[in-house]
Design a binder for this molecule. Structure first.
Ligand SMILES: Nc1ncnc2c1ncn2[C@@H]1O[C@H](COP(=O)(O)O)[C@@H](OP(=O)(O)O)[C@H]1O
Ligand SMILES: [Mg+2]
Ligand SMILES: [Mg+2]
Ligand SMILES: [Mg+2]
Length: 306
């Protein structure tokens, strides 16, 4: 890998390769049929694919970036890993990116990488594989700056290959998708398919949507915002964690969208922060009035998110 490239571009470039490899592992586990599901908590599943994909990504990144904190959703274990799960390649186009001065010489101590090896596990176990994404987010200080979202089951009929990778670096660029504005004169809201509750529903009802698009995964829902299929992602629940939102937030911000809690505050992604997004997740596509959504959320809904 070009050592002259900056640390941030090297991390994002390698993360692209690592998520593609993890996506292949996720497809292989499904086609072999041995999901070996473990129930981590209420409505919270883990499969062999979550475990193996995380092992692939974290082992690869930690070998290349030994001084950087990496936090993954799944608990780690010390078992052997196949050598072909260890990724050393990097996306060459990303390595060539020119960064602004404040991102060029970052201290590894200020970086935290958030890994969600399989976002949308509930849908994955039900065979709804199009909902699945692999997420790697890069925070510098408190801010989510770089993000990679890989969709292992995306079908590109033109190229005849399975899978695509979307990326974004705030203030630098994005790729792997073409941003589209959502339709004018309508309000399309995307939310959870498998983790709804009274508060989640109350928030959506208060926004009088024309349509509610219920899909799995934080990554998948933010892709709907990137591609103009929804105006807002509304999840008035404490269930999402930092690894769910770091990468999607960075990619969304790179095209001018916004992701905050229900009080309009950005989440902090430094290594010492707590994992749950206790104040919910509200994200809007570029050009949408984020404040309008915040203003229309009932006080009671906000008070349940403290
Ligand atoms: N009540 C809850 N309990 C556990 N995890 C939750 C949750 N609500 C949301 N999440 C997690 O947030 C992510 C997005 O949720 P959803 O698909 O319902 O919108 C999922 O990530 P994972 O699939 O990576 O675990 C999901 O597990
Ligand atoms: Mg999970
Ligand atoms: Mg997730
Ligand atoms: Mg996950």
């Amino acid at each position: 890998m070009a050592q002259s490239a900056s640390l941030l571009t090297r991390i994002v470039a390698t993360s692209i390769s690592a998520t593609i490899r993890a996506g292949k592992i996720i497809r292989d586990v499904m086609s072999d049929g041995g999901l070996k599901i473990v129930e981590k908590g209420k409505n919270d599943l883990q499969t062999e694919a979550d475990r193996c994909a995380q092992k692939c990504i974290i082992t690869s990144l930690s070998r290349l970036f030994p001084n950087i904190t990496i936090i993954g959703e799944e608990e780690s274990n010390s078992c052997e890993i196949p050598s072909d799960w260890i990724v050393t390649e990097a996306d060459q186009d990303i390595l060539k990116l020119k960064l602004p001065a404040h991102l060029e010489n970052i201290d590894p101590k200020d970086v935290c990488i958030w890994v969600d090896p399989l976002d949308g596990t509930s849908e994955y176990t039900q065979g709804l594989v199009e909902h699945v994404t692999v997420l790697v987010g890069v925070a510098i200080g408190e801010r989510a700056v770089g993000g990679v979202i890989h969709q292992p089951y995306y079908k590109d009929n033109e190229k005849g290959i399975l899978g695509r990778t979307l990326w974004g670096i705030n203030g630098v660029g994005y790729g792997g998708f073409v941003p589209v504005s959502p339709p004018d004169g309508k309000r399309l809201i995307t939310t959870t398919r498998s983790h709804s509750d009274k508060n989640v529903k109350a928030a959506i009802d208060a926004l009088s949507p024309d349509e509610v698009i219920r899909v799995g995964g934080a990554g998948h829902k933010v892709i709907l915002l990137l591609e103009g299929k929804a105006h807002a992602y509304v999840f008035a629940s404490q269930g999402c964690k930092k690894w769910d939102t770091c990468a999607p937030e960075a990619v969304l911000h790179a095209i001018g969208g916004t992701l905050t809690d229900f009080y309009g505050e950005k989440y902090a992604y430094h290594a010492e922060t707590i994992h749950p997004n206790l104040r919910g997740v509200l994200a809007t596509a570029p050009g949408q009035a984020h404040q309008w959504y915040l203003n229309h959320i009932p006080e009671e809904v906000k008070q349940n998110l403290q």
